[in-house]
Design a protein around this ligand. Structure first.
Ligand SMILES: NC(=O)c1ccc[n+]([C@@H]2O[C@H](COP(=O)([O-])OP(=O)(O)OC[C@H]3O[C@@H](n4cnc5c(N)ncnc54)[C@H](OP(=O)(O)O)[C@@H]3O)[C@@H](O)[C@H]2O)c1
Length: 252
């Protein structure tokens, strides 16, 4: 019989490292994926019972190649944590077009491909779980991070739909929507460093802890932190035209 594994993407930094640590502590056998293999290897050595795969998930057919690798090792994904992702700060018409496209290929393309790749076997087994990393960015348009916010709106919408579709098959699907969290995200996104993001940032381990509780409770959407929960409800009491203007004024 294939060995059950938790597959975690983006496990070389930030939230992914904490997912790996917490899921390992719960007794999961892990497969970690990211581009920086040295970091994955170090984490795998620290945790034990863990395999590391270097993979650029924004590359064409990356998800298919990853699933082939798992099949070769006779591993069955019991939990998929679709965590790899990045954002870019700046005006849409000035940001690098190729990097923006890579963001869509990773945040949307690879995430969707991996959900599609693992779901059939989970349906067949009548159990499994998929956690997709969305963001509080999913709840409104984000001028100056337009593509990033749009990718996260997609992730939230897809995840909520899959939650309903797969529930009758015994599969739990949920979205974690963190607000600002202390990871390498801001550095990668190119925040100009006025400190606002850092001041508002939550601790990565506690965000992951809150996210994993969504599995026990079979929630469709988990928003960690009271301020983030309130912010995500903004669209209920503010007109969208105002909401997007406010979001565009926030300096990071
Ligand atoms: N931090 C926040 O404030 C925040 C808030 C809401 C949502 N999120 C979401 O949380 C998730 C994790 O982000 P983080 O904050 O932990 O950021 P991070 O510290 O920058 O980590 C991002 C991870 O994604 C991996 N990654 C990036 N590009 C990749 C690619 N092409 N192929 C494979 N892996 C790739 C990185 O590994 P390599 O560079 O080694 O490939 C790294 O392991 C993202 O989806 C992000 O959008 C973050």
């Amino acid at each position: 019989m294939a060995s059950p594994v938790a597959l975690i993407t983006g496990a070389s930094a930030g939230l992914g490292v904490d997912f790996a640590r917490q899921l390992s502590a719960e007794g999961h056998r892990l497969v970690l994926v990211a581009r920086r293999k040295d970091r994955l290897d170090a984490l795998a050595a620290e945790l034990g019972n863990t395999r590391a795969i270097a993979c650029d998930l924004a590359a064409p057919r990356a998800a298919a190649r990853l699933m082939d690798d798992l099949a070769t090792h006779d591993e069955a994904v019991e939990l998929l944590v679709n965590n790899a992702g990045f954002g870019l700060w700046g005006r849409f018409f000035e940001l690098d077009a190729k990097q923006q496209r890579e963001m869509i290929d990773l945040n949307v393309g690879a995430l969707t491909d991996l959900c599609r790749a693992v779901a059939p076997a989970m349906v067949e087994r009548g159990r499994g779980a998929i956690l997709n990393l969305a963001s509080t960015a999913a709840f409104q348009p984000g001028p100056r991070m337009a593509v990033y916010f749009a990718t996260k709106a997609y992730v939230l919408s897809l995840t909520e739909a899959l939650h309903e579709e797969l529930k009758p098959h015994g599969i739990k699907v949920w979205a974690l929507c963190p607000g600002p969290t202390r990871t390498e995200f801001g550095e990668v996104a190119g925040f100009t460093g006025n400190g606002a993001f850092d001041r508002l940032s939550a601790d990565s381990a506690s965000v992951v802890r809150a996210g994993l509780k969504g599995l026990d409770r079979n929630r469709a959407v988990v928003i960690p932190g009271l301020a983030n929960k309130a912010g995500a409800q903004g669209h209920r009491f503010l007109p969208r035209s105002l909401l997007r203007k406010i979001t565009g004024k926030i300096k990071l």
